[in-house]
Write a protein that binds this ligand. Sequence first.
Ligand SMILES: NC(=O)c1ccc[n+]([C@@H]2O[C@H](COP(=O)([O-])OP(=O)(O)OC[C@H]3O[C@@H](n4cnc5c(N)ncnc54)[C@H](O)[C@@H]3O)[C@@H](O)[C@H]2O)c1
Length: 370
Amino acid sequence: MEENNKEIKIAIAGIGNCCSSLVQGFHFYKDVQNDDELVPGLMHNIIGDYKISDIKVVAAFDIDKRKVGKDLSEAILEKPNNTIIFARNLPKSGVTVKMGPVLDGVADHMADYPEEERFVISDKEPVDVVEELKKSGAQMLVNYMPVGSQKATEFYAQACLKAGIGFINAMPVFICSDETWAKKFEDAGIPCLGDDIKAQVGATITHRTLAHLFSQRGVIVDRSYQLNFGGNTDFLNMLERKRLKSKKLSKTEAVESELSQRLGYNNLHIGPSDYVPFLKDNKICFLRMEGRKFGNVPISIELKLSVEDSPNSAGCIIDAIRLLRIALDRKVAGPLLSSSAYFMKHPMQQFTDDKAREMIEEFILGKRER
Ligand SMILES: NC(=O)c1ccc[n+]([C@@H]2O[C@H](COP(=O)([O-])OP(=O)(O)OC[C@H]3O[C@@H](n4cnc5c(N)ncnc54)[C@H](O)[C@@H]3O)[C@@H](O)[C@H]2O)c1
């Protein structure tokens, strides 16, 4: 059979809700051939030469006994995953989920919750991840570790360096935005894109847009909060406050960078706030902004956003994968500044969303290196 040189071979670490939406999306949009059909959540149906159907998962890693050893298309339907199923009857993928090292991926407090709501560690021995990546022919890995998994994320980043493949970091441990790690990727001649995916229409982009509006219209913002809660394992995991340091930083930085002046700790409160099991993958965000307009007259906005959490970032990852593949084709090394600024909450360098999008279009056309 003729080899498809356009195939984008990816590995995924963390077969949770985000991975479920992504894999369902590959199937749901497999017949999209050109830019005529409207696919919500993508920049373009075709990026460079790459279609959605060019993306192929070739390796998958998890630690949950209900997922390890199963075909990827079955593993995504296993508990505790509870996101919406929008693509049914997925064919077998031919990729078996392999056991990864647990490290700090599973928070202790999860043990206090019913098995169907939490991670349950498999008793299988971890595989040699670098070897698996090499064997699979993966060109990049998408990292979906739970918030607070510093060691596990560093492990997968290091595995990419050793296997010589690209890295997309969808969660808030700082790798692509950290100078030391960024230099490792640069020295290895490998591109990376991160950190912490900014969803299609989620709390961050909504808050950034309102912050931008206030700033543009000359409103002085004095105080703001963004409270988020939901009923998936992401929110259960985040009940352990110690795991939240980089998540809070990432979310806060993403909003502050759109304000004309920094608000500081006492006046800007952003974070995951609670776990409400019956909400499942439905995330609720309450957002408030207070400020002053002409004559120091007060103005405030309150907003409630209700969104299925995991499909919200899948389209962004599909675009990110294709942009990273273009970077691999062009032998770009280190963090992709334009894509990281547009798709991620905590990039190496923040730009406004409009500017970042313009930069990506230039990158696609080859007018910008990264
Ligand atoms: N939903 C969004 O739009 C969005 C936006 C920004 C960031 N994120 C981040 O993306 C990450 C993934 O989100 P999710 O909703 O899929 O989470 P999830 O809890 O559904 O999935 C995490 C998966 O990782 C597995 N895991 C734990 N430790 C592991 C290890 N050491 N090796 C391999 N697998 C391990 C778990 O078993 C689970 O399957 C989270 O950090 C989340 O905060 C998501």
